[in-house]
Design a protein around this ligand. Structure first.
Ligand code: NAP
Length: 431
């Protein structure tokens, strides 16, 4: 047993005894070092072990040292969490940005709803405080955190996903100063997160934000942990704008995707339709074209909005077939499992349908102010208004990045906002 927490660290030779022959249900975390999602999971796993260890055995296996075991189980990435009961693997495996709730969901199926409720009721709320609470760990939040931590302000950055925001799921970033060759988005995000952490900011990633109270400057995460601050920087960014057409919502994640990096690999050798005409649609089409045999790029106008340099690259890729002046009207799943995109010709009104294997939508972004911030002044699009010092209309609450009302949204402008917000907070604190 770990000396501070109620989990067991094992090697391959203890697998049978501790996992397959355990009387209790078992959860196993295969982890690695130099693995940010593993670091994000570790404190959640330790605290869950302390709360559930009477009913579930918590095991950790260092994957790099136990490769043969991992491979024999088909574990190919870290972290991978597996569940066992009665010597058999149960439930779905968890990977990537694993949330506390994902684990608890499986534990409930082991112990039943009544016992699960009893354990939940026994969890004692935790309160902590810091100088600066940053909501959102994208480029704006990470930059702000790096600056405030360097200024010796106790800084906590909270995010519902892993650090990096939209950059982490961008295939290549072509216009970040200092990287003259395109840099993979995940790598740039990783550099930024490491920099903020190295400066002393504490990252709380892949947590559920239960509530946020801007008056108290307090956030509740995972239902039981309150973090209260003197200053808050809202850096919650933006997310893909849905088209709002029939079939889109029900088929999301079942053939309709908003993330090429996440889902492109499922369309190797297949046909897809991409919707949109901006930088994202064209950049992500270049990436998707490396997998698919045919990509129809549907845009509602007769000219793309994307930068000319990106357009020049797209026209040179044979598998990409632009279809201009068509507006998507509905998505459907056909009986044979394929997808159908219904289109209307712009100007002609003529209906047309495309049958395809998958649909990717890149129709711009909508801002994500967190719940509880209705009293913040917003613009007509819902973005939060901040002044030159990134101050909002509420005292002690600052805003930075894509969630802020502004004209240009780039990684560089998010970094700029994060810098300004952090400097304003530092000035407010030290005078
Ligand atoms: P965007 O520039 O707003 O483009 C959205 C595209 O979706 C537009 O072509 C738009 O058509 C289309 N669209 C919107 N609503 C639609 C609807 N209901 N039906 C059909 N089509 C619809 O968004 P983005 O490409 O996601 O880019 C967002 C921001 O990030 C931009 O500032 C962009 O420059 C930046 N970005 C930069 C890079 C880069 O510099 N390499 C890469 C990615 C993103 P219309 O053209 O007719 O409006």
């Amino acid at each position: 047993m770990d000396e501070n927490h109620a989990y067991l660290e094992i090697e391959s030779d203890a697998w049978e005894k501790e996992v397959l022959h355990s009387d209790l249900p078992v959860v196993v975390d295969f982890y690695s070092d130099e693995c940010p999602p593993c670091e994000a999971l570790a404190p959640k796993y330790a605290s869950l072990a302390d709360q559930w260890h009477r009913d579930v055995k918590f095991v950790k296996v260092f994957r790099q040292k136990n490769r043969a075991l991992a491979e024999s189980l088909g574990v190919r990435g870290s972290p991978t969490v597996l569940f066992f009961h009665g010597g058999q693997e149960r439930g779905a495996r968890l990977t990537g940005g694993i949330r506390r709730a994902d684990l608890v969901h499986q534990f409930e199926s082991f112990v039943g709803p009544e016992r699960a409720q009893e354990i939940r009721d026994g969890v004692r709320p935790i309160h902590s405080s810091c100088d600066v609470l940053i909501l959102g760990a994208g480029p704006a939040g990470l930059t702000a955190g790096m600056y405030t931590a360097q200024a010796k302000l106790k800084t906590v950055i909270v995010d519902g996903a892993l650090a990096g925001g939209n950059v982490a799921i961008t295939h290549q970033v072509a216009n970040y100063p200092g990287f003259s060759k395109p840099v993979p988005g995940w790598q740039l995000a990783d550099h930024m997160a490491s920099h903020a952490k190295g400066a002393g900011a504490v990252l709380r990633e892949a947590v559920d934000v239960t509530s946020f109270d801007p008056e108290a400057k307090a956030v509740v995460i995972d239902g039981y942990e309150t973090i209260q601050a003197r200053y808050v920087i809202l850096a919650t960014g933006n997310s893909p704008r849905p088209l709002g057409i029939p079939g889109e919502k029900t088929l999301k994640g079942k053939g309709v995707s908003y993330c090429a990096t996440c889902d492109g690999k499922y369309f190797e050798g297949k046909e897809i339709v991409v919707i949109g005409g901006g930088n994202s649609a064209l950049e992500e089409s270049l990436f998707l074209a490396t997998f698919v045999k045919k990509l129809t790029l549907v845009h509602r106008r007769d000219a793309f909005r994307a930068d000319p340099g990106i357009q020049e690259k797209v026209v040179k890729v044979p598998v990409i077939e632009p279809l201009m002046s068509h507006q998507p009207a509905a998505f459907r799943r056909l009986e044979d499992g394929r997808m159908q995109v219904d289109l209307i010709g712009v100007g002609t009104g003529a209906p047309r349908s495309l049958v395809t294997d998958g649909i990717f939508v890149f129709a711009g972004m909508v801002t994500n102010p967190p719940p509880g911030t209705e009293r913040l002044a917003r613009d007509e699009s819902g973005a939060v208004i901040g002044d030159e010092e990134m101050r909002t209309n509420l005292p002690g609450i600052f805003v930075a990045g894509d969630v802020r009302a502004k004209r240009y949204r780039q990684i560089t402008t998010a970094v700029s906002d994060g810098t300004a917000a952090a400097m304003a907070v530092t000035k407010a604190h030290y005078g």
